[in-house]
Design a protein around this ligand. Structure first.
Ligand code: GLN
Length: 194
């Protein structure tokens, strides 16, 4: 099994490192040909407008959409989650539209620009320590999107920060920065289930 990590911008090296530590063959992906060779894809955190623009330049939007529609497992973290979604609350940018969600970028505001929290995650016995860096949240999600973890904002409102739709997993936070392998394990398990 090969897990590709979209390596256009952002913290793709951290994802490669955690997958390699798990003993998974992880490859940097920059072209449609490289994408065709992988069984699953990670889209890293970084800056989502840059990732989107570069994905257009490299001709990757259509090929990633086709693989997602054909059932390839995907994990998108932070900017990766924004890129997977169908729209943003903030304006237009290149997105894949394979995750039925509208996301708000930098949603936690200045006071909580970056923060850490222990999250209860559906299906996991122990909480997950989550690092949020200028993180988005889900503003609206489609009926087929399952919420696996949420965060409550300063107004007491709950916002999804980890969701699953079919074989697509998306997080507002950065599992690749805490050494917690459980979300990458979920991704690999989705490949094994095919
Ligand atoms: N704020 C970034 C964006 O909107 C995402 C931040 C991140 O990936 N850590 O693209």
């Amino acid at each position: 099994m090969i897990v590709g990590v979209l390596a256009l911008q952002g913290d793709f090296r951290e994802h490669i490192a955690i997958l390699s530590k798990m003993g998974v063959d992880a490859e940097e992906i920059r072209t449609p040909e490289e994408l065709a060779a992988v069984d699953a894809l990670v889209i890293p955190g970084g800056e989502s407008t840059t990732i989107g623009r570069l994905a257009e330049v490299y001709g990757l939007i259509g090929p990633i959409q086709s693989r997602c529609e054909a059932g390839m497992p995907v994990l998108g973290t932070c900017a990766g989650m924004i890129f997977l979604a169908s729209s943003t609350a903030d304006g237009d940018q290149a997105q894949l539209g394979v995750l039925d969600a509208c996301v708000r970028r930098n949603a936690f505001g200045r006071q909580f620009d970056s923060f850490e929290a222990d999250l209860e995650v559906v299906g996991l016995d122990e909480p997950m320590h989550a690092v949020f860096i200028r993180a988005p949240w889900m503003e609206k999600i489609g009926a087929d999107v399952e919420v696996l973890a949420s965060v409550i904002d300063t107004e007491g409102e709950s916002h999804p920060v980890l969701v699953r739709e079919g074989r697509i997993l998306a997080t507002s936070f950065h599992p690749e920065l805490t050494g917690d392998e459980r979300l990458h394990r979920m991704l690999v398990d989705l490949v094994d289930d095919i």
